[in-house]
Design a protein around this ligand. Structure first.
Ligand SMILES: [Zn+2]
Length: 171
């Protein structure tokens, strides 16, 4: 029997132009964070912190794959690919991406995202919170390279840093 569950698909976003002719594409960051952190709180209560981190990474990963398929161009060479990714992330308000280190031979990257949608401006807790972004980067690079990655956020607004820093390694 076919499973009733399936991963996120780009078409789940729907036809925004048709559905929101007056409201359009935009909404406030506060609304996104209201959704993200209220959902996170409820999930943590039921499943615990570590499980929710994993859930968010997997959700980001599914989104990243579809994002790469539909909004990026996996056929581009690395430099152009990252340039387009940077542009898209800025235009969509995800954050300001910088590639600090890119080693395509060994598939090791260090990426930073400033003014991050998930965390910039959050109260400092000493704990990184951008698990969804970790997954998003994972999914995008997975789709682009055909390899699997470990992505770990080492710096975050919530750890008192001005930018989020992600260490990316192929497995
Ligand atoms: Zn962060």
């Amino acid at each position: 029997m076919k499973s009733p569950f399936r991963s996120f698909k780009w078409k789940d976003i729907g036809d925004i132009e048709r559905g929101r002719p007056a409201m359009g594409e935009k909404m406030h960051v506060a609304v996104y964070r209201m959704f993200h952190y209220s959902l996170r709180g409820v999930l943590e209560k039921s499943y615990g912190k570590e499980a929710v981190k994993h859930i968010l990474v997997e959700a980001g990963r599914a989104a990243g794959k579809e994002f790469c398929r539909h909004e990026l161009n996996p056929k581009l060479p690395p430099q152009d690919f990252f340039h387009l990714l940077k542009q898209k992330m800025a235009v969509l308000g995800i954050g300001l991406l910088e590639v600090e280190h890119a080693d395509f031979e060994n598939m090791i990257f260090i990426l930073t995202v400033s003014e991050d949608l998930d965390c910039s401006g959050l109260p400092e807790t000493g704990e990184t919170v951008c698990n969804y972004d970790e997954g998003l980067i994972m999914g995008i690079l997975e789709q682009y390279t055909g390899k699997q990655f470990i992505v770990r956020e080492t710096d975050c607004w919530s750890t008192g840093d001005w930018t989020c820093r992600f260490h990316v390694v192929a497995i």
